[in-house]
Design a protein around this ligand. Structure first.
Ligand code: IVH
Length: 671
């Protein structure tokens, strides 16, 4: 335990740090530490204040949450204070909350209303005679900011309440947030415009709401769930939280669809587990769940302590963001030569696992973050997503930290690095000369969705190449058991199994084989479409750029990748070796040349009156036609409905037959 003097010093340090973080978080909407770090400092201060009550001052951050409003918005005082919630960091803390409450209320089981803890901003909205007259942020709980203009722009918030039974005065609270999909789209747009992106949906929501220009807010995808009534006049509110939420819904106010009622703490914890499993697929961000005593009468009996009600608790999920230090920045060379920088981190427990690496994506991302070796960074790991660096805490940057210099030559084969996408993405120009690219192409070839060679994992591929036993996928089929058995951690049996698995992979399918070749941007579905369309490898190899683009979903760029791949002598040579080694696949069912429209290429444009465009497309395809999106010399017919647009001009220029709807019916043979 700290001595009184040590405690005094520590408390004053914590005051300063928390005040700084509060300012960044509440006033500037630009926090520099993850919530978990803030929570830890806050809890430490609470702990010291509990040990030494004389150190608890009026201006302690534990006595008040948030900070002064920005000068640009008018202040609003909350007649009914906007409380905050105490936290439970694990199941034990949630259970002791329930225990304390049962004692206090003298009951042996409590019914809770259980709700997701939304990660947005708390807002109070005032309706008078059913009309929205004012909206205010929570601020410090007593005084917030008037954001009425901005809140009016949010589509899901009614400007007028529904029904005749709505109260004379209704002050309602809830959370404004940015749905994940909208957040991703917004960041994408910001990137394209070269503007600042947001670290997470909460920051984006806060930044969007606190705009002095409401037109900016209006363009942002904000949403709101209501969760409580504040001041109410002229109507009797229901006796439980769950029924009150139903009342809010009746008045047209949106509530969270994932709320439930749970009897006893075990049911609450089961709810938390269930929501936790669904967390990644929920359309909005949450950082825990909230348990609220359902009976309002019991809530009143329990009452509140300084900043939080005794009748509710936020049961938090383990944090998804943490702070750590970058020990090194390495680069990895991928199958197609793309050079991906990776940050090697001081191990940190985040999102439920220990994280030691975070992807830095590409050169542009390193420049955007300006991340350097030695930097303190905020790392985020959400769900199954690869850990990422969200931001750099520049205040803690060591004096000697130098800006990162992206390699100009491949670290593996020393070939020159070339940049595409406006300099954002670096690529090793060594092709299959580069050992890293060769290794990656072999790993891909053996992977589950490609030739699925059991036992030939990434590590073994590395060893086989490093030991000089194979150079490319063409060498796999001449590997001998004795060679493999000599390798480290290999025995006779495992070597035999590997050779058997390689043997077995000779029997494959054309789509798998095409996918396994690792042609840039040819994934499983494109490989399948190619196989289906052309039927044989020969036809694909000799297809022209135009032929390739007739295949569904193949545009000019992918067509070019495929064409270039088969154009290269060393690729053709490897394919010949594979086929020579006995790789084979069943014949793809030949194209149905007997269908009435077999081989015809048709484009649809404009609005059809007799059937939808997708039905017309399906009907044409059933009869063997290929329906494509743009008119070219190869097009046989352009079917033009109402308001057809420029495709008709193009067809006429190219001498392509243009049909009307009547002509389509004739083609379909329905006339
Ligand atoms: S109730 C009387 N319910 O959490 C309790 N708050 O730490 C007042 N929050 O400021 C809040 N989801 O921004 C409540 N379902 C929920 C919530 C929720 C998120 C936020 C809210 C509040 C903070 C309290």
């Amino acid at each position: 335990m700290a001595t009184p003097d040590q405690a005094r010093q520590e408390v004053s340090g914590l005051h300063a740090r928390l005040a700084e973080h509060n300012y960044r978080y509440y006033v500037l909407d630009d926090p520099v530490v993850p919530d978990a770090e803030y929570d830890r400092l806050f809890r430490r201060l609470q702990e010291l204040e509990a040990q030494y009550p004389e150190l608890k001052t009026q201006d302690s951050p534990t006595a008040r949450v948030g900070d002064v409003p920005l000068s640009g918005f008018a202040s609003v005082s909350h007649e009914v204070p906007m409380l905050s919630l105490a936290n439970a960091m694990d199941d034990d803390e949630a259970r002791s909350f329930d225990q304390r409450l049962m004692q206090l209320l003298e009951v042996d089981q409590i019914e809770y209303n259980v709700e997701p803890k939304l990660d947005g901003l708390a807002i109070s909205i005032l309706y008078e005679q059913g009309k929205l007259v004012r909206a205010a942020t929570r601020g410090d709980g007593t005084t917030g900011e008037d954001v009425t203009q901005n809140v009016r722009t949010i589509a899901s918030i009614p400007l007028t309440l529904r029904g005749d039974a709505c109260p004379r005065i209704l002050e309602v609270r809830g959370e404004i947030f940015m749905p994940k999909a909208g957040f991703n789209a917004l960041n994408q747009k910001q990137k394209e415009k070269g503007e600042k992106t947001f670290a997470n949906p909460r920051n984006a929501a806060a930044g969007s709401l606190r705009q002095l220009d409401p037109r900016i807010t209006a363009a942002r995808p904000l949403d709101m769930f209501f969760y409580a009534a504040g001041r109410v006049e002229g109507v009797e509110l229901a006796a439980t939280q769950s029924e009150r939420l139903a009342q809010l819904r009746d008045w047209g106010l949106k509530t969270c669809p994932d709320i439930d009622v749970a009897m006893g703490i075990d049911a609450c914890i089961a709810y938390k587990e269930h929501i936790g499993q669904r967390r990644d697929t929920l359309p909005y961000d949450i950082d825990g769940v909230v348990y609220k005593v359902n009976s309002i009468e019991l809530q009143q009996t329990a009452g509140s302590v300084s900043r939080a009600p005794r009748w509710a608790i936020a049961h938090k999920f383990p944090p998804q963001e943490e702070m750590t230090v970058v020990n090194a920045i390495d680069v990895q060379v991928g199958r197609t030569g793309a050079i991906t920088p990776v940050a090697r981190l001081e191990p940190v427990f985040v999102g439920g696992v220990t994280v030691t690496n975070a992807t830095l994506h590409n050169k542009a991302e390193i420049e955007r973050l300006d991340v350097r070796v030695g930097d303190s960074v905020i790392v985020r790991r959400a769900g199954d997503v690869i850990p990422e660096i969200v931001s750099v805490y520049k205040q803690r940057r060591p004096d000697n930290a130098a800006a990162y210099a992206f390699p100009t030559h491949c670290p593996v084969c020393d070939s020159e690095v070339v940049f595409d996408d406006g300099g954002a993405i670096g690529r090793c120009s060594g092709g299959l000369f580069c050992q890293a690219q060769r290794k990656e192409s072999i790993k891909h070839f053996a992977s589950r969705k490609a030739l699925d060679i059991e036992g030939l994992g990434d590590r073994l591929v590395e060893i086989l190449v490093d030991e000089g036993l194979i150079e490319d996928v063409g060498d796999l089929y001449s590997l001998r058991k004795e060679q493999v058995a000599k390798l480290e951690r290999m025995a006779d049996k495992s070597a035999g199994n590997l050779i058997d698995a390689i043997d077995a992979s000779r029997e494959t399918t054309l789509p798998r084989f095409l996918f396994a070749l690792g042609i840039p941007q040819v994934g499983e579905s494109t490989a399948a479409a190619l196989a289906q369309h052309f039927g044989t490898l020969d036809r694909i190899e000799s297809a022209s750029l135009e032929d390739l683009q007739i295949v569904d979903d193949i545009g000019p760029i992918v067509a070019d990748n495929i064409h270039t791949f088969f154009d290269q002598a060393h690729n053709r040579e490897i394919i010949a070796r594979l086929v020579g080694a006995g790789l084979n696949w069943p014949q793809i069912e030949a194209r149905r040349d007997d269908l009435p429209l077999a081989g015809k290429i048709i484009v649809l444009t404009g609005t059809l009156s007799g059937m939808s465009r997708s039905n017309a497309k399906a009907a044409l395809q059933e009869r063997g036609a290929k329906v494509t999106g743009s008119v070219s010399k190869k097009t046989d017919y352009l079917v033009a409905g109402e308001k057809p647009g420029s495709k008709v001009d193009k067809a006429e220029q190219l001498g392509v037959t243009v049909l009307d709807e009547q002509g389509l019916q004739t083609l379909l043979g329905d006339e």
